[in-house]
Design a protein around this ligand. Structure first.
Ligand code: ADP
Ligand code: MG
Length: 710
């Protein structure tokens, strides 16, 4: 299989579907794949090709390779050893023999392969015990002069309800009807690349002479053109939204010597790391400009992003504006709230607290404080962006773990600053600071976030002892439980994370987890309670009522509980520095980023911490690679890089940025040269040929272009 990464959906706005008429199963399957317009079909590229243009003499067919041969059946019979199977012997014109073997077969097979029939056969050649053979080859009866194909046969990504033959016809029709006219001026295309039309026709219907190798490794100029087109559209749309943003107004928030920012800094029990200082300055510089900031603050787990956010909030409040901090889960929001109250209330700031849990009068009281401006800082979950939340003057919006929020949610937050008294009647947007512990490799930042400034905390606070990660087979579970006892006896605390049962991770506060995950956690909780009677063991899972969750979390962070059994609700942000052992059960089921996040819950204080990744055999190849990566490095950037290697950028982003455009054809690691070119060309094109830029974006991103602006 060539390394083709691609989503099944088309890049266009789905065209009006043929109304009324009942659609056939394959037609419906096309719809489901998003192949509803000519251009979508034209962009549905083969994942590989079959060469039916040549016949190979049996004597030259190489074991392990696919080949097409032709000959006459000399013998065909059902054999019963080692099991029931149909075995046919084929002899080509040179007199060499090939055995055809079918374990599953029908009477029609026997008929078509009866002795004396001339057949054309295609399949992988094996060097069998009794000479060359093919198992379950494709075959068809031919005459002496049945012509060979003149083009390579494309094989498309399809589905069970969608036969290749049907799809081939649909794609060929789409290719003929799609508007593939050139929209780019000559100098916007690298020399030596074919037009889009030529490239697509070539890739769908390559001539027999086309080298399969360059097609399959995608180095062929036709592939290059396609990738370039896509990267260029991506860059254009990102740069366009950057320019649009630059025309928007935002409040000017200047850092004042001796103000709230400096007071907070002075009150902290430790000094900032150099990296924290640097990113703090970068943020402050953005805030002081009358254009909305759009900055991503990234830093490994435990790097200390929260205090940087608090300092930015202090700048905003000092300038007389409000700040909102939104976190994806109640637990995380609660922790932020506690920390920010501790830091800021002594300095005279009122911090409001908004979550879905808070209802009725208490909620109304908070809403009033937000609307009047009494609350300088508002912390909460999605509750912060509900319609009934009105800010007096929102100057800065901070989103923690931003990848857990959808584009629409970030947009809503940005629209929470209304034109009015506070803005002098002007339409303004608040500054936006996004935070993430999942670092984005540079090339990804360049494409997906060309519309974003990035600040990186690349240094951990001093005094941390690196986490030691151990891979331990499930069969040694009892030893692991003994380890827990040792740890608790030393006064330390332990997390035990229960396995992910389903891929579908729930949103928000984690309600709606599959029940099996819950029953598993409950069982483990019971087991550990029984095995460690002298130790307090708590249970935390997504189906618990929020109040109960908060209570358990409070007990654990307060040290009244030695062990916390949890589902992945603890994944993000939880900060209990005394926790020194993390056990992750069935670690092979988790993604790398998630494992890294989970592991980051320990090693947050000075004590040496251990992360035990328990796994069950047999391990898949990627499962093995992931665990190995975890054992080898603690560096989130390195982990992200390996994740990219293991999964490819499409999926890498897919898991994080649902809703944002994925690259279907380009591979950021391999196509960095084309990416650089696209980055260079995009601004020129926007200036000199705005119409062409628009057409390019529309063709490739369609309706999703709007979406990219958040
Ligand atoms: P993250 O970047 O993962 O959100 P946090 O903001 O939760 O990290 O910080 C992790 C821990 O490090 C917290 O307990 C925090 O108080 C502490 N911390 C942050 N900055 C420093 C610093 N400069 N020196 C010492 N400890 C720090
Ligand atoms: Mg955090």
């Amino acid at each position: 299989m060539p390394a083709v990464k691609r989503t099944a959906t088309a890049a266009e706005t789905p065209a009006a579907k043929s109304a009324g008429a009942a659609r056939s199963a394959p037609a419906k399957a096309l719809d489901r794949l998003g192949l509803t317009t000519p251009i979508a079909l034209a962009l549905h590229l083969p994942m590989r090709y079959e060469d039916e243009t040549r016949l190979v003499p049996i004597a030259e067919a190489q074991a392990g390779r696919s080949a097409q041969v032709e000959g006459t059946v000399t013998d065909c019979r059902v054999e019963f050893r080692p099991r029931r199977q149909l075995v046919a012997h084929l002899q080509d014109d040179a007199g060499d023999e090939l055995v055809l073997r079918f374990v599953n077969f029908y009477p029609s097979h026997q008929k078509a392969l009866a002795a004396g029939q001339r057949v054309r056969v295609r399949g992988e050649v094996r060097g069998g015990f009794f000479g060359r053979e093919m198992v379950h080859p494709q075959f068809r009866g031919v005459g002496e002069d049945t012509p060979l194909a003149t083009e390579l046969t494309p094989v498309y990504p399809a589905s069970a309800q969608l036969p290749q033959v049907y799809l081939r016809k649909a794609v060929a029709a789409g290719l003929r009807r799609a508007d593939l006219s050139e929209v780019l001026p000559r100098d916007a295309v690298p020399a030596g690349l074919p037009s889009l039309r030529e490239a697509l026709f070539f890739l769908h219907q390559p001539p027999a002479s086309a080298g399969l190798a360059t097609l399959e490794d995608q180095s062929h100029p036709a592939w290059q053109r396609l990738k370039y087109e896509e990267l260029l559209a991506q860059q254009l749309s990102q740069m366009q939204s950057r320019r649009e943003r630059a025309r928007l107004k935002a409040p000017v928030l200047t850092r004042r010597g001796g103000g709230l920012h400096d007071q907070l800094l002075a009150a902290l029990p430790w000094g900032l790391t150099g990296a924290q200082q640097r990113v703090g300055d970068e943020i402050a510089a953005d805030l002081a400009i009358d254009q909305p900031m759009h900055r991503l603050l990234q830093g490994d787990v435990g790097a200390g992003k929260t205090v940087v956010a608090a300092l930015a909030a202090a700048v905003a409040m000092d300038a007389g504006w409000q700040c909102a901090l939104m976190a994806p889960t109640e637990i995380l929001a609660e922790q932020h709230f506690a920390k920010l109250v501790q830091w800021l209330e002594p300095l005279g700031v009122t911090v409001a607290w908004l979550t879905g849990r808070r209802k009725g009068k208490a909620r109304q009281a908070m809403l009033d404080k937000v609307a009047s401006g009494e609350a300088g800082l508002v912390v909460g979950t999605h509750a912060v962006i509900q319609d009934d939340v009105h800010f007096a003057k929102l100057g800065l919006a901070i989103v923690d773990e931003q990848h857990r929020f959808g584009v629409a949610q970030r947009l809503t937050l940005r629209h929470k600053l209304q034109a009015g008294e506070a803005t002098g009647g002007l339409q303004m947007e608040p500054h936006l600071l996004m935070m993430s512990a999942t670092p984005i490799p540079r090339t990804l930042a360049m494409t997906y976030y060309a519309d974003l400034e990035v600040s990186t905390i690349d240094e951990l606070p001093p005094g941390r002892t690196p986490i030691v990660t151990k891979l331990i087979a499930e069969s040694r579970r009892l030893e692991v439980i003994e380890r827990i006892r040792d740890e608790v006896v030393k006064g330390r605390q332990v997390y035990w994370v229960c396995p992910l049962i389903e891929e579908s991770e729930s949103e928000g506060d984690g309600r709606g987890k599959p029940l099996s995950e819950l029953s598993n956690a409950t069982q483990t909780h019971a087991d550990l309670t029984a095995a460690l009677p002298e130790v307090g063991v708590g249970l935390l899972h997504g189906r618990m009522p929020p109040a109960e969750k908060a209570a358990v979390m409070a007990q654990f962070s307060g040290g009244q509980m030695g062990v916390l059994v949890a589902t992945t609700v603890i994944e993000v942000g939880v900060d209990v520095p005394n926790a020194s052992l993390m056990v992750i059960e069935h670690a092979e089921r988790f993604g790398l980023a998630q494992l890294h996040q989970l592991r980051g819950r320990v090693g947050r204080g000075a004590v040496a911490s251990v992360c035990v990744l328990m796994f069950s055999n047999p391990l898949s190849e990627t499962g093995k690679q992931r665990l190995k990566a975890m054992a080898e490095t603690n560096d989130g950037f390195e982990i992200a890089r390996r994740d990219l290697d293991i999964r490819g950028p499409g999926e890498f982003m897919g898991a994080r940025q649902s809703g944002d455009a994925l690259l279907r054809f380009s591979d950021l690691a391999e196509d960095s040269g084309l990416l650089e070119l696209a980055r260079e060309v995009a601004p020129r094109l926007l200036d000199a040929h705005p119409g062409a830029a628009k057409a390019q974006v529309a063709r490739w991103l369609g309706a999703r272009a709007e979406f990219l602006k958040a």
